[in-house]
Design a protein around this ligand. Sequence first.
Ligand code: WTA
Length: 658
Amino acid sequence: MTTEQTVPTYAPPAANDVGALSWLVGSMDAYRAMHQRSIDDPEGFWSDVASEFHWFEKWDTVVEWDLPDAKWFVGGKTNLCYNAVDRHVADGYSEQIAIIWEGEPYPDSGPEVRRITYRELQNETAKCANALKAMGVKKGDVVTIYMGMVPELAVACLACARIGAVHSVIFGGFSSSAIVDRVKDAKSKVIVTCDGSWRRGKVVPLKENVDEACQSLDGTPDAVEKVIVVKRCENDVAINGRDVWWHDAVGGASDDCPCVPLDSEAMSFLLYTSGSTGKPKGIVHTTGGYMVHTSYTSKLTFNMIPDGQQIYWCTADIGWITGHSYILYGILPNRVTSVMYEGGPDFPDASRFWDIVERHRVTQFYTAPTAIRAFMKWGNEHPAKHDLTTLQVLGTVGEPINPEAWKWYRKHIGRGVCPIVDTWWQTETGGHMLTPLPGATPTKPGSCTLPFPGIDAAVVDEQGNEVPNGEQGLLAIRKPWPSMLRGIFGDRERFVDTYWKRLPGMYFPGDGAVRDDDGYFWITGRVDDVINVSGHRLGTAEVESALVAHPAVVEAAVVGMPHEIKGTGIAAFVTLGPGHEPGEGLKNELRAHVGNDIGAIAKPDLIKFAAGLPKTRSGKIMRRLLRDIAAGKTEISQDVTTLEDLSVVAKLASSDES
Ligand code: WTA
């Protein structure tokens, strides 16, 4: 750990120095005391936190833990939408801005901006909820949402929460076959979509993708019954029998639709994410615990103070967990303003984000390392052109951040003074788990520092014993936390196998980690067959099954490889069937094929054609070896004595077919 120990440590600045009113947690002593209490008395700790929310009925028991099943605030009744929206209206803040939305197109007159007050959000949400009810959506039914980043996306999610429907948001960059798989798995009968969405000046044909998906489900028991379509891009779309425009269905609905009191453990949403197999898994989240944890982490990690001055912007898409938790459900209950931006970071040019920060006077900014690396590449002159002095706290999420990007972020975006909160968490954890608190934790570039209060994290060996500081091990969470996943939809066995089998009595997130002598956590990346491409999770098996579905391909192995901007890129080793010739044309075809099958984020960055793949005698593909080859390592570190055909490696490594 010598390198980590010698890295500079950045002390948290005084609140004043970044223009913050105060720090909610202002010292390491305060943090340590909170954390200690949360471990000694988790029930008392979380009960105090939960008391800050509105409950229609108070819980009887804070937590019931019967590994691997946790229940939080058992017997309590609450509503996510009520706490995110209605409560603020009831408390007299109806005119405060809940969401500032900015569209991507940038005409000379400036981009389209909508400022939505809490009252307006309440009305729209109630209308949308009534429209869903009129279509037969009931408590517990799954509504699929496949939209661009428009305000109606937030409204649709909150409308589901309002009536206890479960939403399943599918990222708008996924293809129609991804919609088919998820709609089938969730048994969802209603889809909310847009005609199209803007991305870097082009229209992504969302409705067309939905049509394709619906057609392939027609005539099966999984057929979709209703599709609500938001008009956004005015692109040509077919309006079929099951389709209805949003402005008709929602526009014409009543705005009287009270929030339904829901069991704390009622399912709130499903979010599909990649795992080690070809099939994405529907992560199940619930209501009370998810609300409490995401809101409380938002509050402390981003130092949220509801003074009407804070403008928080998370650049993620609501199609990912970061958008669910840290654009909507964790942020709005804190009664701050959440910025939603529709489009690409470099449209119309590379300074768009900083232009947004300046015009909307953003105070907290949350993005991904991959974006930061792109900003670095685009040049310092872009942020330098803009006034970023309103920024108080900067956050990052999604993958380990390299210290160089961290330092750049602090210097060029944070004026060399804003604290950086490097937040480690997952779709499954629902909310932040390891993160600095901006006014308390001294930070080290590249480390997500220490556990959030309430989180009992450790680095352990395969037997579950803590490893000494400085030694690589597996990250483990030893105690339940409120926003933890409650299961994989319809697949109990996979839930138990994936998260609860490997380490005795603990949650296994799939990441490796090291702690340094200060106890700081350094995440070393995934230890399973999941890769983080631009901070987005993909299973190598998903990409492999897309590749082998192409008629030219007989076998494919996919591994991650270092990538300057994406962090991890995708390398595919492909064996072709007889009669198919390797070449640039076929590579492009395979990339397009994977793009159509999964989505553009899954397109391989590197394709190598191979006569055979390196395998052990028992037939297992030697992925470590492929990773070394993809990374261009000339010295192959892995022991290859079990390799079936040694010549394969030499051929692959020297292959000019990359
Ligand atoms: C990785 C995104 C290092 C990690 C919220 C995790 C990180 C996976 C960090 C979850 C971080 C996320 N430092 N690695 N700060 N944040 N990861 O489900 O490998 O899309 O398991 O959730 O991203 O990805 P997911």
